[in-house]
Design a binder for this molecule. Sequence first.
Ligand code: UD1
Ligand code: UDP
Length: 352
Amino acid sequence: MKILTVLGARPQFIKAAAVSRVIRSRGGITEKIVHTGQHFDKKMSQVFFDEMDIPTPDYELNINSLSHGAMTGRMIEGLEEIIIQEKPDVVLVYGDTNSTLAGAIAATKLQVKLAHVEAGLRSYNMAMPEEVNRILTDRVSNFLFCPTATAVRNLQKEGFNAFSCIITNPGDVMYDSLLYYAARSNYQPTTKNYILLTLHRQENTDNPQRLQTIVEAINMLAEKFAIVFPIHPRTQKKLTEWGIKLSFNPVEPVGYLEMIGLLKGASLVLTDSGGLQKEAYMLNKYCVTLRDETEWLELVEGGYNFLAGTDPNKILEFAGSYFAKEINSNDLLYGDGHASEKICDTLITHIG
Ligand code: UD1
Ligand code: UDP
């Protein structure tokens, strides 16, 4: 079996690290990797290839920093050529970025099988580009690998049982990666008793009022708690453009091994990231989420994650209540750490 993996953004490197390792350990499968170039700063891309076990991409498209349509369109064009040349048995895409949607459209139009890792997630907020990307990708996928039971139910509600596709719940490949790299990360943060913050979601960064409100709340928090904030370049650009000022210095984006160290040392996580919400739980930290809804419902239902949106009162109240408290949970919400093996087994069974 020949797999063509399409990736391009930070969380996809972390997910692909787990799956690629298993692919390499199995005989009879070859993997070719295309990096679309969506993320391109050294600290948003190369650092993950340097530190983690991800093969060097076979192709680099260098497509980034464009509008959604231009970015996705150019990626489809580049991927189409590569798929025609490589003739893979299956195209593998991760998550909900523009690179994911481009891979999905290119593969489907060429009638090549499509496997979607992290299928079935829904925020039910169509204003999010990610929601559009994941719904469209799911609909044309032949293999839908759901990370949670909620994700499987979401697909069933949308009538996917009537479509010709295979839906499984192998667990979350991010958990596989976390277990593997947590055992290999010995990064010790110098700051103690801090809130770990990340912020990059378009709905938060591209609306000046919303960004201003969030920053005001963060600045209030910073009067009480130390905050470690590896800042996404998108957010830094918007803060500069609109002259919105943080009362403390953020740091540059960090590699995954450093991130795991920062997560382990944190007293609380404050984020609008999808991945961070789960990693907080996996490392027993409470999380306050700077969004109005989440795809990771099981965290909210379990009382591990609190949706604060941009409401300063909620942000301050949740942060004050859960700072330095540890989660004590044995629920395997994200599988058993062997999602990647199960994904490969399913592909081998059906494709050969
Ligand atoms: C993308 C994904 C989002 C995911 C996030 C992970 C889409 C629609 N969004 O959002 O789902 O959570 O990646 O981090 O695909 N930039 C840089 N350097 C970089 C990367 C980005 O300066 O290395 C700048 C770009 O020039 C652009 C902005 O950040 O101005 C946004 O980048 P883009 O890839 O469009 O979206 P993300 O916010 O990174
Ligand atoms: N991450 C990282 N360094 C950072 C910020 C995030 O390694 O400076 C990791 C994080 O631990 C998680 C993934 O990147 O594994 C999540 O990426 P991001 O928040 O960019 O995207 P999302 O998950 O929201 O799509």
